[in-house]
Every structure is written in C-alpha cells, then in structure tokens.
Design a protein around this ligand. Sequence first.
Ligand SMILES: [Zn+2]
Ligand SMILES: [Zn+2]
Length: 171
Amino acid sequence: MLQILTPTKSTGRTVWPPVASPPHYPIIMLITGGYQVDLGPRSTPRFHLVLKNHTCNCGATNCRGKHAVKVYLKAGGKPAPDGSALKYTTRPCPICNDHTRAVDGRWECLSNSTHYFQYRVTRLRAAREKWLMSLSPDVAAYHAEVLTAFVSAEARTTFLAEHPLTYAAGA
Ligand SMILES: [Zn+2]
Ligand SMILES: [Zn+2]
C-alpha cells in the first residue's frame, strides 16, 4: 500500500522514534563494574565506558565521561554493581573493532555510531552482489549492462546500440 507522508511541521528532519521531549544528557547507565555514559550527540567522543576503578575506554586524560560519573555520584546517584565481569552486550564493531552496546534491538559502536549503518549498507551491497551472481549468465549480464548504462553516456550509447528499441521512435 502506498504510504502518503503528510508532515505536520516542516522542520527539515525526521525524528524517529518520535519523542515527547529530548533526553537530558549526560545519560548514565549502570552496568556491572561500571557506567555507560552518553554525553549526547554534540560531544566527541559521545560514549564513554567508565569503570569503577575510574578508568575510561576513551583514553582521554581529561575525560568528560568520568567527570559526568563523578557529578552523578556526588548528586546521590546509585553506584554501579560491583564485579569485574564487565560484559559488552554484543561482539566488537565489525568496522573498527571497538566495543559496542545494544540499543533498540541493534548494536551501536561506542566510537562511531554511524558504523552500524556502514555495516548494514555493506551487507546490503554484498547481498545484492550475491543475488546478481545467482542469476543466469544472460540475466546477470543484462543487469550489469543496465548498471553501466547509467554510469557513462558512452556505455549507455553502446547498450542502446546492442539492444535496439522494439518500437519506432516518435511513434
Ligand atoms: Zn571517556
Ligand atoms: Zn566502530
């Protein structure tokens, strides 16, 4: 079914999922043995994994994540449960091999949140390649030619010459 999008406000960007109010940063999540800190989209690095021994995975000497945890604890925030079994919820980032965390049913790279999407795009491209490979040689060649037809005008002319129109031009 065709979905018709009727934006109520023209803000120029779509926010998904829709949120009633923007979250307050920093967000501090407790994990066994430490704190997962989200300083918000304007901070670089945005995510910090601050352990209970006051080290952070970002390696910065003046880490703002550690500072955020300090402020949080001073304000009476609940300390993270003890334990050395600090476990990352998912495997390392397939792009940069850094740690990832689970978010909204997917993973997110702690050093660069766009890595997930890069990975997905690469996967989709690979799936497309695989699909092209699975086609019969004739069909695959046709798709390859159609693709190049949009790449250069010269290739397009060649393609059109080899695949003449079956109807009279201008008819
Ligand atoms: Zn840090
Ligand atoms: Zn990454």
